[in-house]
Design a protein around this ligand. Structure first.
Ligand code: PLP
Length: 523
């Protein structure tokens, strides 16, 4: 394809993409293809000769779109959104045009420098404490990863090595002998435990598996709104320490996946400080291994972190107070802030543990700028080596919408969820809200067995809600996900997609009412 053919193909593709977006609502939101559908439509072998673009483009509608679930449709209310915007798409286009591996500053200085600038902009826009700024007082800063799972695995590795270095620091011979230090760290590693609440995303468990450490969950309770409390954390840490295990890492969640609960960050910070003081006092009187190291706290705000762009949502995070006592923070711009997948922001209070754990400098990577210590080499802040120019799409989105535009985007969707929840509350004969609305997520169930004062068992209620969920999904007008919270089967409704309007949410409610009446009348 030469530049003339590229121009024609690109114009035609953009026309098609714009048409797709303009008419997205007319498409059935979820794909209905059977597994293996595509293999039947494609040849056994790759083509031997090249084909004209027009033929390739035709297959988008014919072969690919049937297998696409339309995440940008206003009728998509499942999981969390994966948002999209035209400026972010343009960012992707330029980024791919300048494509390179960009592992070090010298690879393309703009890739590193724009990333540092937009991450500082966003830290300020989210009201994060100064320790997460690249220019802050604690040598911290931000980096863009692909996903929250990647960011979590990365900080678990950094926390693991920081912890092990701290607790093996006094071992004779290990101070100046890297191999002896490595042996001491490896011997102690078997005791380490990463923690998350029972409602935390599986990313922490997966990160623990990758880092070769145990994972345990801290119980959460319905009466606490499914948030992790300091008291529950205290019990879990005490039990583990009594068994000779060493919790070294904790994920606290701002907006859990099931219900958007916010862990009690202040009480978590207080309990961890108390536990540390108690452990140090106890170890002073006991001798032995010395006190356990500090527990690294990572705040996972993958979805709900976007709401921090609105000052009214920061109270729940107690942002300045709690976050400045923790070690890292992560949010996905690709969920709710109009930046196309993938774009996950990771902020650390101190960049050194990341670099200590992940920096491997080969002779081929040495250069004057790295040696000068004046530049950031983001390869040391992540697991992969090469990296994409993701900050460009962030910059385009921030400049196109401004912070005010993004605030309006979030506020509108929070208001739509309030409308939806208000409608559910208006039909207590049919629906029960299990949690929310929180950050535009409402979790609800069908109230079976005769309205208020229902006598149906939990199992019967769960069965009815499942029937409602399956009926709505089969009808295909909206797409949702379900969950089980504290034994209750429930439906999640999260209208946070880019094109959703209030009339869509009202329509979703009508669909639920109609289906609920059918399910109940067939009982
Ligand atoms: N953390 C939370 C709270 C989530 O809800 C999710 C996904 O929905 C994740 C982490 C994982 O996100 P990613 O797909 O970016 O790894």
């Amino acid at each position: 394809m030469d530049s003339k053919q590229f121009r024609e193909a690109a114009v035609s593709s953009i026309d098609e993409i714009v048409k797709y977006y303009d008419t997205i609502e007319e498409r059935r939101v979820a794909s209905t293809v059977e597994p293996g559908y595509l293999r039947k439509l494609l040849p056994e072998e790759a083509p031997q000769d090249g084909e004209p673009w027009a033929d390739i483009q035709k297959d988008i509608e014919a072969k690919i779109l049937p297998g696409i679930t339309h995440w940008q449709s206003p009728n998509f209310a499942a999981w969390f959104p994966s948002s999209s915007s035209y400026p972010a798409m343009l960012g992707e286009m330029y980024s791919t045009a300048f494509t390179g591996a960009a592992f070090n500053w010298i690879c393309s200085p703009a890739v590193t420098e724009l990333e540092t600038v937009v991450l500082d902009w966003l830290a300020r826009a989210f009201g994060l404490p100064a320790c997460y700024l690249s220019t802050g007082p604690t040598n911290g800063g931000g980096v863009i990863h692909g996903t929250a799972s990647e960011a979590t695995a990365t900080v678990i590795v950094a926390a693991r090595d920081k912890y092990l270095r701290a607790v093996t620091a006094g071992i004779p011979g290990a101070e100046d002998d890297e191999e002896a230090r490595e042996d001491a760290m490896a011997a102690r590693r078997g005791r380490l435990v990463a923690l998350g609440s029972a409602a935390a995303h599986s990313a922490t468990k997966k990160g623990a598996q990758i880092a070769g450490v145990r994972y345990r969950s801290v119980p959460v309770y319905a009466e606490d709104g499914y948030k992790m409390t300091g008291a529950s954390l205290r019990r879990t840490v005490a039990e583990l320490r009594a068994r000779g295990l060493e919790p070294f890492f904790l994920t606290a969640t701002f907006g859990t996946t099931d219900t958007c609960a916010v862990d009690d960050l202040e009480s978590i910070a207080d309990v961890l400080a108390e536990l540390q003081a108690e452990a140090e006092a106890a170890s002073g009187s006991r001798g032995g291994d010395g006190p356990p190291g500090e527990i690294w706290v990572h705040v996972d705000a993958a979805y709900a972190g976007a709401a921090l762009i609105c000052p009214e949502h920061r109270g729940q995070l107690a942002a300045e107070a709690a976050l400045s006592r923790f070690h890292s923070f992560n949010t996905n711009l690709h969920k709710w802030l109009l930046v196309n997948f993938d774009c996950s922001l990771l902020y650390v209070r101190d960049r050194r543990p990341l670099i200590d754990a992940l920096s491997v400098t080969l002779p081929i990577l040495r250069n004057y700028h790295t040696d000068s210590g004046l530049v950031t080499d983001y390869r040391d802040w992540q697991i992969p080596f090469g990296r994409r120019f993701r900050s460009l799409k962030v910059w385009f989105v921030l400049r196109t919408y401004g912070v005010r535009g993004l605030q309006a985007h979030v506020r509108k969707r929070v208001a739509f969820a309030e409308v939806f929840a208000g409608l559910l509350r208006g039909r207590p004969d049919l629906f029960d809200i299990v949690t929310g609305p929180r950050f535009a997520l409402t979790v609800f169930r069908l109230r079976g067995g005769g309205g208020e004062g229902a006598t149906a068992t939990l199992e019967e209620q769960n069965d009815l809600t499942k029937k409602l969920y399956e009926a709505v999904l089969a009808e295909g007008k909206i797409f949702l996900s379900s969950t089980v919270v504290g034994g209750v089967y429930a439906i999640r409704h999260n209208p946070a997609t880019p094109f959703v309007e209030e009339h869509h949410v009202r329509k979703h409610f009508e669909i639920f009412v109609e289906a609920a009446e059918k399910v109940l009348s067939s009982q």
